[in-house]
Design a protein around this ligand. Structure first.
Ligand code: MRU
Length: 351
């Protein structure tokens, strides 16, 4: 890919993060030198997207360990719990931090100290990022095979929401990974990334990635989904996930649920593409998923310019729940879950 800047890189004991708040106009690196910087980067969306949030937490723990050579298990636990507070909805954050804690416990039990654990965690973090790259490729191939069966052998018009590419994952991407893979195989007629109000991940980040990849696309506003589908302009929709409950209900960027309802109405296949790190098998349904409420100023202002009248207020839930019954299929690295039921989900996830 042309001019590819990694969204996360470990450079000389510092964490270098491509500052996604500034994209697409400015490509600036945010340098995290402490656990507080890592927490800030996740909370303030220097980095965002469920898998990348998880990886940033993992690398922030590496950063912390590299500055605290011989911490106690109690101090490590405090750091893990502190990072978990950065954002609530994407389960990948807890998933990576819980794995870190379990590995640390095992290491401590075997060595009676955490000296040297940083090296083990660094190897693990690199392996997991490589694994996600392979898993994303697997998911893209599963999606391609299913689309061929459902829609036929043709070039496709695909709609998506938010940003689910390498900026959200580190390597490759989930829903946007599917679109990139189809494009590589000359199978994309046109992609429709929705602008994704209010934070504009679609117009700023997805279009940035699509432009670099040469994917033909038109940015659309969320409200155009019914127009596009009524006029047969969409063959399938792919979205990512921040947390998938065991019954298949899925939390993703606000507007995803609306998209699924319109898709159901017009009989357009609607898919969630997400790695196993986005599944929360302890969560029985979408009603139990914590939804992040973000600052009202993300709606009231645009690039520092007030849009709403003085005194007006806004309500800004950042995610919504797409009901399992409105999802044609969930694609993970283990396969396709369709129809989306608890039984089918557990069968695929545990295979
Ligand atoms: O608030 P964000 O930008 O972190 O929200 C991201 C999304 O909702 C993505 O669609 C989701 O994390 C999947 S990323 C592969």
């Amino acid at each position: 890919m042309k001019d590819y800047i990694k969204p996360l890189a470990w450079e000389g004991e510092e964490l270098h993060l491509l500052d996604q708040r500034e994209l697409p106009l400015v490509e600036k690196i945010f340098i995290a030198k402490s656990i507080e910087d890592g927490h800030f980067a996740i909370k303030e969306m220097v980095v965002r997207g469920a898998p990348l949030i998880g990886f940033t937490a993992l690398w922030t723990m590496i950063l912390w360990l590299s500055k605290n050579e011989n911490p106690s298990m109690g101090d490590l636990e405090k750091s893990v719990e502190y990072l978990k507070t950065a954002r609530p909805t994407a389960v990948n954050l807890e998933y990576e931090l819980n794995r870190t804690f379990e590995m640390a416990k095992e290491f401590y039990d075997a060595n009676n100290s955490l000296v040297g654990f940083v090296d083990k965690l660094t190897v693990f973090a690199n392996e997991q990022m490589d694994k996600l790259h392979n898993d994303n490729q697997t998911m893209a191939k599963i999606a391609e095979g299913d689309l061929l069966k459902k829609v036929g052998d043709q070039k496709y018009n695909i709609m998506t929401i938010c940003n689910t590419g390498y900026l959200a994952c580190g390597p490759m991407g989930t829903a946007l990974g599917v679109i990139a893979h189809l494009h590589e195989n000359n199978k994309i007629k046109k992609a429709y990334p929705s602008e994704t109000r209010p934070y504009l991940q679609g117009i700023r980040l997805t279009s940035y990635e699509m432009t670099k990849l040469g994917i033909p696309h038109d940015i659309v506003v969320e409200g155009s989904s019914s127009y596009l589908m009524k006029n047969n302009m969409v063959d399938a929709i792919y979205a990512g996930a921040d947390r998938i409950a065991v019954n298949g209900d899925t939390a993703n960027k606000i507007g995803t649920s609306t998209l699924s309802l319109v898709a159901k109405h017009y009989d357009v296949p609607f898919y969630i593409v997400a790695p196993l790190s986005s599944f929360d098998l302890d969560c029985e349904s979408g009603s139990k998923i914590p939804i992040e409420l973000r600052d009202q100023n993300e709606i009231l202002f645009c690039k520092g310019q007030r849009l709403a009248p003085e005194g007006a207020t806004a309500f800004n839930p950042s995610f919504d729940i797409t009901d399992a019954e409105n999802i044609t299929g969930i694609i993970c690295e283990k396969g396709l879950i369709s129809p989306v039921t608890k039984e089918n989900l557990l069968k695929v996830v545990n295979s």
